[in-house]
Design a protein around this ligand. Structure first.
Ligand SMILES: C[S@@+](CC[C@H](N)C(=O)[O-])C[C@H]1O[C@@H](n2cnc3c(N)ncnc32)[C@H](O)[C@@H]1O
Length: 181
C-alpha cells in the first residue's frame, strides 16, 4: 500500500475494486482526505457492510459504495464521478477474509476488470493488484494476469512485480502498473 499511496494526493479520486473488510479503502480514504472521493466496490453485501462499518468507526464520509462486480467499474465510475480519472485503483484479489471462501475473484473477471482499470486510471496514476496463489482459482488467475501484464505496451505502462522468495505457504504477490502519457 505504501507504494500505491506515493501516487495519491489529497483531494484525488481513487477506486478500491474489492473493498472486502475495508482496510484498503480506509488507507485510500486517509490519503485523499475529506476533499477526495473514493469508489469502493465488492460483489458481496457482507463486505460492503463491513467496510461501511469501518468507515463509520473512522468518521470517513466520502466513500461511495457499490455492490457490483468490478467488471462494471467504468460504467459505475462514470455514473458516480463523471469526468474524473482515478489516480489509483487497487484490486486485492481472492476471497473475503473470514467469509465464504467459495466466493472468490476469477481469472475471467479479473482480466476484464484489470483491463478496464488500465483504461480508466489517470496518466501518472497506478493500478495495484494483490495476487494470492495459495488456492486453485488464485493460481489460475495469477498465471493469466502475469501473462497479460507482461504483454502491455512498454511505452505506456510500467509493470513491477514483487514476490517474497523466502516465505512459505504462497505469500501474497503484488503488481504495480503505472500509466504514462
Ligand atoms: C481479499 S478480499 C479484499 C480485501 C480488502 N481489500 C480489505 O482490505 O479488507 C477480496 C474481495 O473481493 C471480492 N470480490 C470477488 N470477486 C469480485 C468481483 N468480481 N468484483 C468485485 N469484488 C469481488 C470478494 O467478495 C472479497 O470481499
Amino acid at each position: 500500500m505504501e507504494i500505491t499511496l506515493q501516487y495519491v494526493r489529497e483531494g484525488d479520486y481513487v477506486i478500491d475494486a474489492t473493498c472486502g473488510n475495508g482496510n484498503d479503502t480506509l488507507s485510500l480514504a486517509k490519503a485523499v482526505g475529506p476533499n477526495g472521493d473514493i469508489l469502493a466496490l465488492d460483489i458481496q453485501r457482507e463486505a460492503i457492510d463491513a467496510s461501511k462499518k469501518l468507515m463509520s468507526e473512522n468518521d470517513i464520509k466520502n466513500v461511495c459504495f457499490g455492490q457490483s462486480n468490478f467488471t462494471g467499474m467504468q460504467k459505475f465510475s462514470g455514473f458516480a464521478f463523471p469526468d474524473r480519472a482515478p489516480s489509483a485503483i487497487i484490486f486485492n484479489l481472492g476471497y473475503l477474509p473470514g467469509g465464504d471462501k467459495s466466493i472468490t475473484t476469477t481469472m475471467e473477471d479479473s482480466l476484464v476488470g484489470i483491463k478496464e482499470a488500465l483504461e480508466l486510471v489517470a496518466f501518472d496514476g497506478i493500478v495495484t493488484v494483490v495476487l494470492y496463489s495459495g488456492h486453485e482459482e488464485g493460481a489460475r488467475e495469477k498465471e493469466a494476469i502475469l501473462e497479460f501484464v507482461s504483454m502491455l505496451p512498454s511505452d505506456v505502462f510500467h509493470v513491477v512485480y514483487s514476490q517474497m522468495l523466502n516465505q512459505k505457504n504462497n505469500p501474497p504477490e503484488v503488481l504495480w502498473i503505472t500509466k504514462k502519457n
